[in-house]
Write a protein that binds this ligand. Sequence first.
Ligand code: ZN
Length: 298
Amino acid sequence: MREKLRILLIGAHPADAFDNAGGTLCHHSRQGDQVTSLVLTQGTRIHDKEISVAMSKSSIVPEAAVLQQLIQQRSQVKRQEVKDACALLGIDDVRFLEYDDAVMTVNEPLILSVARVMREVRPHLLITHWPGEWGGYADQHAITAQIALNALQAAGGVYPGDPNPPHRTTQVFFMATPSCLARTHVFSNQAGYYADVIVDISDVIDLKIRALDCLRSQSYNGAYARKRVESVDGSLGLFATGGRAAYAEGFIRQYSETHDLLPVTEKALNWTKMTEIEQMDAFCKLVAHTIPEKAVSE
Ligand SMILES: [Zn+2]
């Protein structure tokens, strides 16, 4: 039996963990691994119906104190949504740094806060965004990843006031998000990477959709959740080689791996034993997996 793993996912915004790696986290949680999700920002400035969306249509915004209070209120709403979503996926350790998402830069206080969490959680595996997302320019996902990588270095040493000893992770997995996969931006066109690890999440796709349904404050529930899963997870599954999946999540490893033998998965071996027609039949059966048609709230 393999050692139980500790996994830390560091995401920029409340929905990032489920959107990009919810199915994978659910699998690990079911295997008894310890999964921690760390959300860096409140996500209210760019991802909230009542602040970022409604106010962009009004002629004037509330005065500073009132606006600040509203941001705090909406942040609480989003925190609860995230907790509800995580509970569906079996993730009970959810942490929020509550950083203001107005301007995000790679900064020392945030790096030190994240490093402190790393020394405490002591993850074998770290999951975060691709540090070059949208070219890495003014993108909160990319900046979050850069903060996480800097924090990883900082966590490798002691820090005054932190009782936890230094920590090093075994591997870093970057999430292969739509912006990694789609070349629809002049900066993303510089990309030279692809998802080299595919996780088949067909068996828990309904839970991932239900988790996205919880994110009502940013309208991820309902049609968006279903379209998102079909277009991104469905594409990754369809084009995954060596054992196609109806739905999959993709990752990019930071470090090359050391093995005693050349690695090959059982899933890939079984897939290649089938004829092309048998593969098509197997794939169609997977696709027939039930996707909940409507969000509970609809
Ligand atoms: Zn995000």
